[in-house]
Design a protein around this ligand. Structure first.
Ligand code: DX5
Ligand code: ZN
Length: 225
């Protein structure tokens, strides 16, 4: 099986107007987003709260591309079915969120979604060495999860290590945190094919003036072209 390794830009709605998610998603997709990244935080695994499965279900009809749900929650397993029913195409759980990540990834696939596994900045690439056949995506966090707009932690070496470990398996590498036109080129060169970007996409625009979203997306694409 092969997968599409062309680089995809996944705006994180954590940087969108929370009172206007539907219109924000419509706008950013019209401006060229490839996927929509949805950050779920529980105030326990990470020191911030965002939203849960009801919000995911409510925004689903607006997402015409790919709904990429990043769970920064612990435990994960009791909520997998709810996020799958909410319409997530990809559900990503953290390797640090519990002792049974292999089971979690199997449960995500059994619920009908693609399974992603995320690594905090301090977690080595080797943590997923035995998960590469049960995962559809590895998410390399390039900030400590919990907040948008933080500065980038340079982990291109980890991305390259994962790219080599993955070989020709159909597994995406996503990078999440501090992605900008300055940081994207090194990440793409190292092997990332999904770039999450919150502030770098949503800055300067709004639902009534969405053109900056398109300019920001094109600036990221141009940086690694
Ligand atoms: C961090 C989130 C990221 C975040 C990225 O916990 O997982 O998806 O929204 O935001 P920026 O692109 O602003 O670093
Ligand atoms: Zn995220």
């Amino acid at each position: 099986m092969t997968i599409d390794r062309t680089v995809k830009i996944a705006p994180s709605i954590l940087a969108a107007d929370f009172a206007n998610f539907g219109a924000e998603i419509d706008a950013v997709e019209a401006q060229g987003a490839d996927w929509i990244h949805v950050d779920v935080m529980d105030g326990h695994f990470v020191p911030n709260l965002s939203f849960g499965p009801a919000t995911c279900a409510a925004i689903r009809p607006h997402i015409k591309t790919v709904m990429d749900v990043h769970l920064m929650i612990a435990p994960v397993d009791p909520y997998i079915d709810e996020f799958a029913k909410a319409g997530a195409d990809i559900i990503t759980a953290h390797v640090e969120a519990g002792p049974h990540i292999h089971r979690t990834l199997q449960a995500i696939r059994a619920a009908g979604a693609k399974a992603g596994v995320a690594l905090n900045p301090g977690t080595p690439a080797s943590a997923v060495a035995h998960l590469l056949d049960v995962a559809d995506m590895i998410c390399v966090m390039t900030v400590n999860p919990g907040f948008g707009g933080q500065s980038f932690i340079p982990l291109e070496g980890k991305v390259a290590e994962l790219r080599a470990m993955i070989g020709d398996r159909p597994v995406h590498i996503e990078v999440d945190g501090g992605v900008t036109p300055q940081t994207a080129p090194g990440l793409v060169k190292a092997g990332a094919d999904v770039l999450v970007a919150g502030s770098a996409v949503f800055k300067g625009g709004s639902v009534s003036d969405p053109a900056p979203y398109g300019e920001n997306i094109r600036a990221i694409r141009a940086s690694y072209a």
